[in-house]
Ligand binder design. Structure first.
Ligand SMILES: NC(=O)C1=CN([C@@H]2O[C@H](COP(=O)(O)OP(=O)(O)OC[C@H]3O[C@@H](n4cnc5c(N)ncnc54)[C@H](OP(=O)(O)O)[C@@H]3O)[C@@H](O)[C@H]2O)[C@@H](O)CC1
Ligand SMILES: [K+]
Length: 513
């Protein structure tokens, strides 16, 4: 798992060490230089004579870049520091000069911007040390101009120092120009903005360097890695049977959209549900059975619901494909799963609420409901609860709006995207496992089915400890991305094939022995 702490938490952890004279910047810059040497070796035969440009802002982030540059210069690298602010880290600057590095004071001759940017672009590696955790708002002034010019030209290999300069450190926003990095070397701990969209797309490969910080606060954002999913995946024991492994009730599809039912039910079967019950129009049930004869269409108890995929609701106008019967079934399932008065207590179970199901929610839901909107659906759900927000605003600040939807609905919110954000009761997860290829029709139905199976297997745990919903949802997002990778080998994949790849991915991930 990668855990990220806010800028304030990182500073609080640094303080006592700095007061005790622990050389944090030396540790950080040495690790940075070592990584740059590795990158140089991988990209050209010899380190000697390689060209490295440092983009240096006014603060300690620039200090890290300058100290790393001094180290590289002593290894025979031709290092040029480009200063964009009146101030620059004095000790770092002295160290670079002493090591034979060159200094280009761009702030003293801003008219040279074009020429300097051209030189920077021809470097083997560029270190972005313009801004770190001291960033406030969008990159300003000459730093912003330089990044704009570099962005428009040919791209050198960019290593971001601590973080790509100008991203929202704690919220992952991109308020202005940011130089996209091929690698980010971050110090002490990851920062939330490195994991959260849209900034996460500018980070490249993330390397977290341990500089000895003891972070005591809860992480602000977490990202699960494949090994975490392997440990969390429900594995049946000798005493298990189909009911203890979890029955998933699928309320999906209509006669206009039968495919969603086939996909969600197939995914639940392939993810290892003890049993899958399909609840819906008989003709759609037949379509499901034709693909997955394991599915049962008789009514009965379930340990989790996956509902809403391919069940259009819509407001105001007569929506094509409306099916009042499916609405009623989904509403009944939602009421029972939430434990509404009058429902049998044993029917209080987790639920995945997808697509049209989002329109059928009561004003508040329990945290063991996982809503799975994409940005447009989340905006619509928020608007129905009084927020003035469009899809574009959700895309610009996904974590803010996912958290807001969690507050307003009470449910766990999984906001789908190429980085999926999960806002849960005890924290936020960000999974970057879904390539753009995954944004195909039906891919979300598969996610709902897999998540239904996961929640059914851990039904009592999730209702008893609802904070678990977010972790289970994140593990499912990761699994979904891995299944795509497996099925598509890097190319396009049909949604049903993603479901088909789940068993092999699970087998790979389970701990051996
Ligand atoms: N503490 C340590 O020992 C360690 C720290 N470490 C390193 O230090 C980094 C944090 O350093 P930092 O606190 O000096 O802040 P940093 O991000 O470099 O810049 C602040 C400067 O930028 C300016 N500025 C602000 N916003 C701006 C904008 N939008 N556009 C343009 N300028 C803007 C701001 O100016 P002001 O707004 O105050 O006028 C101020 O001058 C951290 O990320 C890590 O790399 C590691 O070495 C580990 C040990
Ligand atoms: K930086």
């Amino acid at each position: 798992m990668i855990e990220a702490w806010s800028a304030a938490d990182v500073r609080a952890a640094e303080e006592p060490l700095l007061a005790a004279g622990v050389p944090l910047m030396e540790r950080a810059s040495f690790a940075l230089a070592t990584q740059v040497l590795r990158d140089l070796r991988a990209r050209r035969r010899s380190v000697r004579g390689a060209r490295v440009a440092l983009l240096v802002g006014a603060g300690n982030n620039g200090g890290d870049a300058l100290h790393a540059g001094a180290y590289l210069a002593r290894r025979g690298v031709a290092v040029t520091a480009v200063l964009v602010a009146e101030r620059a880290h004095a000790a770092g600057l002295a160290a670079l000069r002493a090591a034979g590095g060159r200094v280009e004071a761009l702030h003293e001759a801003p008219e040279r911007l074009g020429g300097v940017a051209g030189d920077v672009a021809r470097s083997d590696v560029v270190l972005d040390g313009l801004l770190g955790i001291g960033a406030r708002g969008a990159l300003r002034g000459l730093a912003a101009d330089l990044v704009r010019v570099l962005d428009a030209g040919p791209r050198p290999w960019v290593v971001a120092v601590d973080l790509p300069s100008g991203i929202g450190v704690d919220d992952g926003t991109v308020p202005g120009p940011v130089l996209r990095a091929d690698r980010t070397v971050t110090f002490g701990a990851a920062k939330p903005g490195l994991l959260l969209p849209p900034a996460a797309h500018l980070v490249g490969e993330l390397t977290v360097v341990d500089i000895g910080l003891a972070l005591r606060a809860e992480p602000a954002v977490r990202r699960l890695e494949p090994a975490d999913v392997g440990r969390a995946w429900p594995v049946p024991g000798p005493g298990d049977h189909k009911y203890t492994r979890g029955v998933v009730g699928v309320v999906a599809g209509t006669s206009t959209y039968p495919g969603a039912a086939v996909l969600a039910a197939s995914a639940a079967v392939r993810a290892g549900a003890g049993m899958v019950r399909y609840v819906g129009p008989p003709a759609v049930g037949q379509a499901v059975l034709a693909v997955r004869p394991e599915v049962v269409t008789a009514p009965g108890r379930v340990q989790a619901w996956a509902l809403g995929s391919g069940v259009p609701v819509g407001f105001g106008t007569a929506q094509a494909g409306r099916d009042e019967g499916q609405h009623r079934r989904a509403r009944t399932a939602l009421a029972e799963a939430a434990g509404r008065p009058g429902s049998p207590v044993e029917r209080t179970v987790p639920a995945v609420v997808d697509a049209g199901g989002l329109d059928l929610l009561e004003p508040t839901s329990p945290p063991w409901f996982v809503l799975t909107p994409h940005a447009g659906e989340l905006a619509a759900l928020l608007r129905r609860r009084g927020e003035d927000v469009e899809r574009e605003a959700v895309e610009a600040e996904p974590v803010r709006w996912a958290r807001r939807a969690r507050e307003l609905t009470g449910a766990t919110v999984l906001l789908k995207g190429s980085v999926t954000v999960v806002a849960g009761m005890d924290g936020t997860y960000a999974q970057a496992d879904a390539p753009a290829w995954l944004a195909t029709a039906g891919s979300g139905d598969v996610l709902a089915g897999v998540l239904g199976a996961m929640l059914a297997a851990r039904s009592a745990d999730v209702v008893g400890r609802p904070a678990l919903s977010a972790e289970v949802a994140s593990a499912t997002a990761l699994m979904h991305g891995l299944a795509w990778r497996r099925a598509g080998q890097g190319g396009p994949v049909a949604a049903l094939e993603i479901a088909g790849a789940v068993p092999a991915v699970v087998a790979d991930l389970l701990p051996r022995g």
